[in-house]
Design a protein around this ligand. Structure first.
Ligand SMILES: O=P(O)(O)OC[C@H]1O[C@H](OP(=O)(O)OP(=O)(O)O)[C@H](O)[C@@H]1O
Ligand code: HPA
Ligand SMILES: [Mg+2]
Length: 183
């Protein structure tokens, strides 16, 4: 789906498909520079990170096994409930493993700070984070993030995996959602 297919629902395209592709290539080069040749497990956070993971893992040059967790804290609204629920757990034993969490967005930071602590408690050797987007003004907790694509203003965004009430995930760009859609 392209922006013109849902034009009245969007206020602004922040990043086009081409800009996202270039940014993912940059992130992949940085990850490879640090990790290539090590046995690093990519952990994708369903469902939002599906597109980032799919594109990032193919842009990487090394071998990177992957696993998935599904967690949810937003329900059908635009505000985090603050309560993170595991909907699907990893299949992989993390003890002694280097882990790189792959995420679409850090908003309040509550999901990732909870998730990192959760994975560290499984005795992972290291847990780092790669997130395509971050909203610095929305942070409710400080998180040390190794790889970030873009810092964005505190507005609700959709597309490229990011949803509003399960819609717009298949938009090929990242755009701000018009308030009339959710108000
Ligand atoms: O920093 P936070 O305020 O915690 O927000 C970020 C999280 O919220 C979204 O997931 P959501 O819980 O909506 O599930 P989804 O990935 O299935 O859309 C997004 O994909 C991140 O995982
Ligand atoms: O801005 C957002 N858009 C979609 N999902 C989200 N989850 C946290 N923040 C966002
Ligand atoms: Mg969501």
């Amino acid at each position: 789906m392209k922006a013109e297919d849902v034009q009245g629902d969007l206020t602004e395209v922040l990043f086009t498909r081409e800009e996202i592709e270039a940014k993912i290539a940059e992130l992949a080069a940085a990850v490879d520079a640090d990790y290539r040749g090590r046995d690093v497990l990519l952990v994708g956070v369903l469902k939002g990170a599906v597109m980032v993971m799919a594109d990032l893992c193919r842009a990487l040059k090394g071998q990177y096994p992957m696993d998935w967790m599904a967690v949810s804290s937003y329900g059908s609204g635009t505000k985090s409930s603050g309560v993170v629920r595991i909907l699907k757990d990893l299949d992989t034993d993390l003890s002694g493993r280097d882990v790189l969490i792959v995420e679409d967005i850090i908003d309040s930071g509550l999901t990732l700070s909870w998730l990192r602590a959760n994975l560290q408690s499984r005795r992972a050797a290291s847990v780092e984070i790669c997130a395509l987007l971050r909203k610095p003004e929305a942070a409710k907790t400080a998180i040390d993030v190794r790889y970030v694509g873009w810092d964005i203003p505190n507005e609700f965004v959709v597309g490229y995996g990011l949803d509003y009430a399960e819609k717009y995930r298949n938009l090929d760009c990242i755009a701000t959602l018009a308030p009339h859609v959710y108000e």
